[in-house]
Design a protein around this ligand. Structure first.
Ligand SMILES: N[C@@H](CCC(=O)N[C@@H](CS)C(=O)NCC(=O)O)C(=O)O
Length: 216
């Protein structure tokens, strides 16, 4: 039996591949692991059956036999550790790739998500215009640092790894912000990730879910 992941039955991003099942799908595609998807509604995510899998009532989850996982980072790491293709075998390079996964999730993602949330839900607040530049600057600081480290390399640490997979999915959340326009090297890095056949397969799979969903 292939593993089963959960994804939105009706993704708020309208198939743009911003929901976090995308990174799990992409990892599974990179390592050549087939998978099943169970689609869940917002209401179902808060019901006991799903809460037993995910204590915070979110997607994605991952079930394989008697193993159930939540947190996209933990799921991608698990996939990368079980099958070849996403982590180098040399121990130090492997540790560095995992470090980049953590950097994406704990250093880049928080300010990027905070900016995205403000742009989505706070536009009508009186303080939005005053707060926005501060949120944008926090992201720009990280983008500048990342850009300096990336230099003219294709990937963060030589070969493509789970660290790049995670970083690209996090950076894609900036698409609507326009901030990447000022960082052509990072935009090109994201585009390199998106051009990978495994990314395309994962993206098309989540888009097909959105296209098949009843209009909401
Ligand atoms: N840290 C978690 C975040 C999971 C998360 O925020 N999932 C979103 C979709 S991308 C979700 O389920 N949102 C609905 C909700 O929180 O009710 C991870 O990386 O898996």
């Amino acid at each position: 039996m292939p593993p089963t992941i959960t994804a939105f039955a009706n993704s708020p991003d309208r198939g743009k591949g911003q929901a976090r099942d995308m990174r799990v799908r992409w990892a599974l595609e990179e390592v050549g692991q087939t998978y099943d998807v169970r689609l869940v509604s917002f209401a179902a995510m808060k019901e006991p059956a799903h809460l037993a899998l995910h204590p915070f009532g979110q997607i994605p989850t991952y079930e394989d036999g008697d193993l159930a996982l939540f947190e996209s980072g933990a799921i991608v790491l698990h996939i990368a550790e079980r099958r070849a293709g996403l982590l180098p075998t040399e121990p130090n390079a492997r540790a560095r790739a995992i470090t980049w996964m953590f950097a994406a999730l704990s250093t880049l993602e928080p300010p990027i998500v905070e900016l995205g949330m403000a742009m989505l839900f706070e536009r009508d607040k009186g303080w939005y215009a005053e707060r926005l530049p501060m949120l944008q600057d926090r992201v720009r600081v990280r983008l500048g640092e990342l850009s300096r480290r990336l230099g003219d390399a294709d990937w963060l640490d030589r070969a493509f790894s789970a660290g790049d997979l995670m970083m690209v999915t996090v950076l894609r959340r900036l698409n609507a912000s326009g901030l990447l326009d000022a960082y052509p090297d990072i935009a090109a890095y994201v585009a390199r990730g998106e051009a990978r056949p495994a990314f395309r397969r994962a993206f098309d799979a989540q888009l097909a879910v959105f296209k098949a969903a009843p209009a909401s």
